[in-house]
Design a protein. Sequence first.
Length: 405
Amino acid sequence: MISDFSIIFVSTLGGSPKTVTEFVGTFLLKGIKPSEIHVIRTRGAGSVPPFVMEKLKGIRWVFHDIGVEDIDTPANARKALHVIFRTIFDLKNGSDSVLYMDLTGGRKPMSAYLTLAAQIFCDETDRLFHVEPLDPLLRDPRSDKWFPERESDVRLTEIPYVRLYFLRELAANWGYQLAPENPDRILGEVTSLLDELALLGFSLQAIAHEIGNEIGYLRLKLEDALGSTEKIAFDNIHSLLEYVMIFGRSEKLRLERLSLKALISEAFDEFVARKGAVLGFQLSGEDGEIEGARVLLKRVFRNFFDNSLKAGATAVKVKLEPHEDVIRVYVSDNGPGIPRELRDRIFSIKREGKSGYGVGLLLVKKILEKHGTSVSFSGGDVGATFCIDFKKGGGIEEDAVHNRG
C-alpha cells in the first residue's frame, strides 16, 4: 500500500517526459508517493500526457518554465540558474518538506544547477537521485510504457553531495544575502563568504572546547527548571556555533593597498545595506594608505558598527589621526558603554558567573593580530571607544602575516 509522505519530487526536463515518470514510478514501487511533483523545463520540452497525470491522482503537478529552448549562451544559463534557484529556495524556505530531486532529465547544465541549489538551500533530509531505465520499452520514447513495473526495470542511484546549508545562518549573521532573485549575486556572495572563511582559517577545537564548557554547565542545572541562567547558557552555545573563529592554522593573507577612509565607508555602506539599520555615521580625519586584507578589515569595522547598534547607540564616529609611522583609528559611539566589571574580558569568549559574551570582538582581535596590530578599549560611563594603530603604507612583518598559533 502506498503511503503519503511530506515529500516533494523535483525533476528537470529538456526532452522526453519519460524521465519524469520513470523517476516518479521508481518511488511508487517503493511505496513512496509525493504530495507534489515540480518539473523545471526548457521551452519545447516534451509534455507529460494527461492520462499519465490522471493516473497519479491526488498529486499536485507544478511546471516551472525556464523560457528558453536550450542553455547554449551565458544569458540562457542565467535564466536557467535563476528558475532553478528560485524553485528550490521557495520549496525549502520556511517549509518542513523533504525534496527528492532527479538529475536524470533536462540539459546537462540543469543538473549542475540543481545540484548547486541543493547544496546551498537544502538540508540533510533532502536527496539527489539518478534513474537509469533498464527496460528497453522505457528507453524507447515511442513506446506506451511510461512507468517501471518492477524495481529491476530501472537502476536508482542516490547521488551524494556536499550540503552547505549551514552557510545560510552563518551568511545571515555575517551580513551576506543568499536570496535567489539574482543568481550572479548569490554565487558571488557564497564565493565571498567561503573566501572569508578561507582567509580567516579556523580551529573547531577552540569552539568545541567552549561548547563543552557550556554543556557541562547545563548538566549541572538539569534538575532545575530553565531560568535566566540556563537561557544565557543556551544563548552562548548558539553564539559559539554561529561564528567560525581563527585560532590555529597558518594562513598567509592576501594583501592589497587600501585607502582607510574608502575601506571604512565601504564597510559602513555594507552594514547598512545588509542590516537595514539606521545608525548615524561620521568619518573624519586625514586619510592614509595601509596594506591589508580588504574582506577581513571590513569585517572588523562592521563588527564595531553592529555592536554599537545592538548596544542601543544611535550614532557612531570614526576618526583617523595620522602619526609619524602609524594611522590611529578611533571608533566611538554614543551608546551606554561597557560596564567596568566586563572591560577586561571583552576580547574573550569565556563565561564568568552568570554573564555570557559573544565572540565578535575576539574575531576582531585575531584579524588585527594577523595584520600586525592590535585593538584597545577606552571609555567612560557613556559610550565606547576602540583604538587601532595601522602601520602607514603597510609593511606587515612576516610573522604577523602568518599566525604562528
